[in-house]
Design a protein around this ligand. Sequence first.
Ligand code: CAA
Length: 420
Amino acid sequence: MQRKVGIEALAVAVPSRYVDIEDLARARNVDPAKFTSGLGAREMAVTDPGEDTVALAATAAARLIRQQGVDPSRVGMLVVGTETGIDHSKPVASHVQGLLKLPRTMRTYDTQHACYGGTAGLMAATEWLASGAGAGKVAIVVCADIARYGLNTAGEPTQGGGAVALLVSEQPDLLALDVGLNGTCTMDVYDFWRPIGRREAVVDGHYSISCYLEALSGAYRGWREKAVAAGLVRWSGSLPGEQLARIAYHVPFCKMARKAHTQLRLCDLEDAKDSKAGTPEAREELAKSAASYDAQVASSLGLNARIGNVYTASLYLALAGLLHGEGAKLANQRIGLLSYGSGCMAEFFSGVVGEKAAERMARADLDTVLARRERVPIEEYERLMKLGSDAPETKAPPPGAFRLTEIRDHKRLYAEGGAA
Ligand code: CAA
């Protein structure tokens, strides 16, 4: 019998500051509706000095252990998915291991493939457990990033930052994954990149959207073929994609999830033998169904709209937002997930929401995590952007959060704020 494996619990860490997206629009002389309804944004996370990728990853992992009562001696693997690490060689995971005093016997490493890096880590951990190699241990996978395009760029309103830590185990209270049914699609493209030494990403924005949609189509079709063969979805009654209770997408900005969902529906409508809509135009119209988007996607986007892009963590913020609001309602139902990393790689996978999902999500206390943030005016955001999160923090770290406090010679030193 195949082992049941997947996500047991999660924790979220977000930067302590944010800007209101309408303030940013006004400062850039842009109609606020472009950022709110055009991109789907509400707020954008802004990192403090000292709030680098290590600090965010360590804060999320420490929170996961504390909130969910994880026994550190049971952790056999720690993977950090990131594309904004702090060294070309020493992994973020090694810092997290040291800061949290996790077992020296465990396996630690970082995974990188743009925003797909976290999913690469999740799949490595899942397959490690499914193979039996985990031998009763659990894995922690942290997706952590700071998304930066720079001041006055088209990507500026889609910046953000944060971390989501996932506890992966043989007790998948949040989401039992359908191991082995994943669909993948990879293509060698230059849609988004960050040359060595640059802090800000470079992006061919509109082209990146078309790469995302093309890779999604390949990954979704790959998953669908296996899911139909396994009897999880059918070509009868409704379209296969409609048989998933919800679909969480990689969310570089919220409007992208709407475009992604239209593309997924188009794949089903184009491939259905007895297509309900004969002409390509009619299929496009059906694919855009607002009712389908509202029913299957909209409820996952609450956190993304308030935090912005978190690269590797964006999909898992969507999952967190979905289960935060609908964990109880979705118990025992199958959902789909689409991960995308520029460069590029997409993976579609699925899983069944656990009966204890709502209880596990309540412990993650996401409302408090967001409520503790401070809104900053645009001048302060611009000052912080110029300073960068690499400048060590001089104030004491907030309770339960890590901060970079000093760079002594080559060594980065971190401290955790008192009781959470
Ligand atoms: N009121 C309402 N809506 C308005 C508006 C107004 N006044 N003005 C414009 N809009 C709408 C536009 O119609 C458009 O909507 P549609 O896409 O539905 O047509 C939307 O607002 C955006 O307008 P533009 O396309 O003109 O915006 P832009 O060219 O200035 O920039 C962007 C948009 C290309 C996404 C840019 O923000 C960007 O480069 N972002 C970063 C790249 C990115 O996120 N790519 C996504 C795929 S790659 C990926 O997923 C990996 C990753 O994480 C980066």
